[in-house]
Design a protein around this ligand. Structure first.
Ligand SMILES: [Mn+2]
Length: 395
């Protein structure tokens, strides 16, 4: 059985004022080609189809076209679950009708999920779709008052599913879920993050041991493609970089081959964006200089200026080379003490460290190198002199 696993399309995503619909159309075109190429029995889209509950019209149009083409140009069954960004009712429109066209949209939380059963020469494979729900919603639907966390939601659902499986003849079982799994790496820390935490303070994460017995777990929510606790529990990741926290990601879809025994072999099939999303760091002069030989000036650019004095019109000057520049952050000014901004707060948070350690860290950050022995000795002298002076003043 062959499954193509993807997630977190976030259609309608706007990044720093730029609508990414054309970029999403570009990468979904690749996904359609990929699906035609690898001929999967099933395609799983593990939640966050849209970026928000009320998506812009062009996002709805893009999903409509993409689903129509996947149905027309492949023979795959398409299993879609709702994520925390999706509106169950809006995304679920037409789901009963769409089922007749091999599109299985599961957007409303239910206490007893029903599987899609597909069969290959080794027997049945059941795909269990778990639509996302907040613990409070799950408690209200299930009337199970023991539910107060995301883990409780899974304990409840998987208990019901295991009881169902126990009544069935053998087979292989695949889960589609939208969740944070303990040990996986999030990209939710940036101010512009597209991953929205599911709960405050890490209470959202569920242990991978919950999924024991399932042959493959197709996860959505975290945007980096990765395994979560075991090789057969995986995030497909988003098809595009959706925030500054994702600039180092390599995006892909995950091809899953489930053998006769249910062992899952996975392969990442790369997706190439129309434009990359990059952070460039340096003084304005450096950046303008380097831009001249930059072969990818069309990329989406986030510039971090290391100038320690204000420079006029940095964004407009960079835009001459980078027409798709998104943001300019005056990091040098922030670090030099230019206001109560994030970088300064970061530094203040490091107050427990010695002034020399902080200096060395700043030196490394600003120049890319650790200070040499001479510089360190000089700085130590300055620090000692300041301390001496303070003690004398206080005396
Ligand atoms: Mn999500």
């Amino acid at each position: 059985m062959r499954i193509l696993h993807t997630a977190d399309w976030h259609l309608g995503r706007i990044l720093h004022g730029v609508h990414l619909t054309d970029d999403q159309a570009h990468v979904l075109e690749q996904f359609i080609s990929m699906a035609k190429d690898v001929r999967p029995d099933a395609i799983i889209v593990a939640g966050d189809i849209y970026d928000r509950a009320l998506p812009p019209p062009e996002a709805v149009e893009l999903l409509d076209e993409t689903l129509a083409r996947l149905v027309a140009e492949t023979t795959a069954h398409i299993v879609i679950i709702a994520g925390n960004h999706d509106s169950p009712t809006r995304l679920g429109f037409g789901s009963v009708l769409l089922r007749t066209a091999r599109v299985h949209l599961h957007t409303r939380f239910t206490s007893t999920p029903r599987p899609l059963t597909l069969t290959d020469k080794h027997g049945p494979v059941r795909i269990w779709p778990l639509a996302y729900a907040e613990p409070a919603q799950a408690r209200s639907v299930t009337k199970d008052n023991a539910i107060s966390s995301h883990e409780d939601v899974f304990v409840h659902l998987l208990g019901n599913i295991r009881a169902h499986i126990a009544r069935l003849p053998g087979g292989r079982d695949v889960l589609a879920a939208h969740a944070t799994v303990v040990g996986a790496e999030t990209s939710a820390d940036a101010a512009d993050a597209a991953e929205r935490p599911l709960a405050i303070g890490g209470a959202e994460a569920v242990p991978p041991a919950l999924f024991d017995g399932f042959h493959y777990v197709a996860l959505g929510h975290l945007h980096r493609a990765q395994r979560a606790g075991a090789a057969h529990i995986r995030y497909a990741g988003s098809p595009l970089k959706y925030s500054s926290a994702e600039v180092t990601h390599e995006k892909s879809a995950t091809l899953v081959e489930l053998d006769a025994r249910g062992d899952a072999r996975t392969e990442l099939l790369p997706l190439t964006p129309r434009r990359d999303l990059r952070i460039i760091t340096g003084t304005l002069k450096d950046l303008l200089h380097r831009a001249q030989d930059d072969p990818a000036r069309d990329d989406y650019i986030m510039a971090e200026l290391m100038d320690t004095l204000p420079v006029p019109d940095p964004k407009e000057r960079l835009r001459q080379f980078y027409p798709n520049i998104l943001t300019v952050r005056p990091r040098g000014l922030e670090l030099a003490g230019g206001g109560a901004d994030t970088a300064r707060r970061e530094l203040l948070g490091k107050a427990a460290r010695s002034p020399l350690e902080l200096f060395m860290e700043f030196h490394a950050f600003a120049t890319g190198e650790r200070p040499d022995e001479e510089t360190r000795a000089l700085m130590q002298e300055v620090i000692s002199a300041v301390r001496r002076k303070r003690r004398e003043d206080a005396a």
